[in-house]
Design a protein around this ligand. Structure first.
Ligand SMILES: [Zn+2]
Length: 252
């Protein structure tokens, strides 16, 4: 009974995703128009650390990471990002997440797919796109499953299957927790109801999709659940990476 109810809710949420694109599309400029107006460009791969995604200066990051992540467990093997979590990218991500700006989610997903296509790390024949899920309760309240919208666009560009193999229990959103609590929360909430869903992931290149990497705890926890399935590699693909305040200060 509870399962059927949940399924019905999930279906409704999916329909809402589609509706969201329709309604908001009438109130906002088109995504490419907004991007052009802002003069925004996606980061080149050398603008950030390929291990943790933090912004770096020339020569600051190597294959073993940067000053921020070297020697630390990040969970994923590589990170691909579109930019730092700053305006205007930050406002677009918020628009997708909190105001159901579906078309912008699909646009940014498309751009992320292009960035992944350019990466030599991924073998497209083995690529599987996996969205970081949100608890179904939150999805219903927000009316959009933003990571699923982004992941669908990525999968389309890469011509790769979309596999919703992770599930997450309801809990407080990461953004409402103090930074120190986020890691613990992510470990507890992510993947406890993990469903492999009949996908054999062995020897495949898993592309984990999230909107923003903040502390990295969500991606780390998800990767921990997927690693035992023996993929060839696990790559985190995010729209934006929030740099440490200290790092941001230095950059400014
Ligand atoms: Zn790093």
């Amino acid at each position: 009974m509870a399962v059927n109810f949940r399924r019905a809710i999930a279906r409704t949420a999916q329909e809402l995703d589609q509706l969201a694109g329709f309604w908001i599309g009438r109130l906002r400029p088109g995504p490419s128009e907004a991007v052009e107006q802002a003069g925004w460009r996606a980061d080149r791969p050398d603008a950030y650390c390929s291990r943790c995604g933090s912004s770096v200066g020339p020569g600051e990051a190597t294959i073993t990471g940067c000053g921020h992540c070297r020697g630390q467990t990040v969970g994923t093997d590589r990170i691909v990002r579109l930019g730092a979590y700053e305006a205007p990218l930050r406002d677009w991500v918020k628009g997708v997440k909190y105001e159901r700006w579906g078309p912008m989610g699909a646009y940014l997903g498309h751009r992320l797919g292009e960035a992944l296509s350019a990466s030599e790390e991924i073998d497209r024949e083995r690529a599987v796109v996996i969205p970081i899920p949100m608890p179904w309760t939150r999805r219903v309240f927000r009316g959009i499953d933003h990571t699923a919208v982004i992941a669908r666009a990525v999968a389309k560009v890469l011509d790769a299957p979309l596999a919703k193999v992770l599930a997450r229990r309801p809990g407080l959103p990461q953004t409402q927790l103090p930074r120190a609590d986020r890691r613990r929360n992510a470990h507890r909430g992510m993947g406890q109801r993990f469903r492999p869903g009949g996908w054999p992931l062995e020897d495949l290149d898993l592309i984990l999709i999230d909107d923003v990497r903040t502390t990295g705890s969500t991606l780390r926890a998800a990767a921990r659940r997927l690693r035992p399935l023996r993929p060839r590699m696990i790559l985190g693909a995010v729209i934006a990476v929030a740099d440490e305040p200290a790092r941001r200060g230095r950059a400014e």
